[in-house]
Design a protein around this ligand. Sequence first.
Ligand code: HAM
Length: 414
Amino acid sequence: MSQIKRVRGFQDIYGENARKYRYVVDTARNIFEKYNFEEIILPFVEDVSLFVRSVGEETDIVQKEMYVFEDRGGRKVALRPEGTASAVRAYIEEKLYAKGGYQKLFYEGAMFRYERPQAGRYRQFHQIGAEIFGVDSPVADAELIKMVQDILDSLGIQTRLEINTLGDFESRKRYMEVLRQFLKGVEDSLCEDCRKRIERNPLRVLDCKVEGCRQATADAPVLMDFISEKSLERFERLKEYLTGLGVDFTVNPRLVRGLDYYTDTVFEFITDKIGAQGTVAAGGRYDTLVKQLGGPDTPALGFAAGIERLMLLVETMPEDQPLVSVIPVVSEFNIQALKAAQSLRKEGIKTELILKEGSLKSKMKVANKFGSRFVVFVSEKPELKDMESGEQELFENIQDLIEVVSGKLKGALG
Ligand code: HAM
């Protein structure tokens, strides 16, 4: 019979990688909580039109990357390709705005995009992300960016930060008209996708990786020249705040992002260390999206980072808690061994009761495989073996042994 394999672009995350995954998420979660963000657990499946109306009809995500299907009730649904649209839907649907003040939410979990798989790019990948609803001030942009920087710093990941402003909706509309005229003039040199984009999504032409398109748009009008005084002023303030916070950045006037909902600030944290898929975290403002999806006029901003990409960059993790293994010397001591393992765990010690039956030698082999720091032999008198020094010590009873091993482990942890 042929073996069933995992589906292309999907991964099993186990062992060392699963620990790394958890380490990345826990580190981010700690920082989110320090910045007073609250968790929101969003559904994996949404109405397709949510993404069409937010991420944008002409984007790669909506055009070719979404997992779309009809459920058994005939609803057209999609596996979420990103988290922002769902967060906005929830903000409106759950009337989170009615709580007053402003809302700071974070999330973690799987996203799905039918992209060509390669290192750092998968069809099921995982993000940590955060969104702020109801704040207009660029102080929020600066704090959000600083928070992402804090997460990367805590994980020991070095990146460079690029920022740009797309201007407000009006300036962008004016610019898009001028850009459209320019692109019509060079239409013959553009790839087929970009020709289609001229009418519906001209900004994305600037982002196209095809060499011909890059050359044809080298002299295209620059968005920065069309941006309103107000937007420029807020961009200046953001730069001042970032500088004040000691966050290094460069302005990349070509940074437009692949999703349509952005206004004003956009940013990306990029690395050269993991090949072509170098953007580890990205985000920006989307001041018109909440209203566009039927909610009250609410400025908003956020970011998301790819957990797999962060994992590729994490080099060191805190050491695991040392393991104590318990071995009944013969099966007559199974009950005492079961109890000894419970007592050790009660003391907060990570404990493996060696579950295999067999010779003492074979049980020791298993204890070694698990990388045990100490082994407890349960017999008439319990015995403790230090697996590093090889020393063995006999005790009158298990309580005395637990006290000693507990002390040794605390000493080892400093
Ligand atoms: P995004 O740029 O599409 O933005 O994705 C954010 C991050 O998710 C990327 O920088 C990358 O690290 C990771 N990522 C994206 N696609 C893949 C993939 N196929 N495989 C592995 N990692 C991937 C968003 O998703 C926006 N929702 C960010 C945002 C939040 N903007 C405002 N709020």
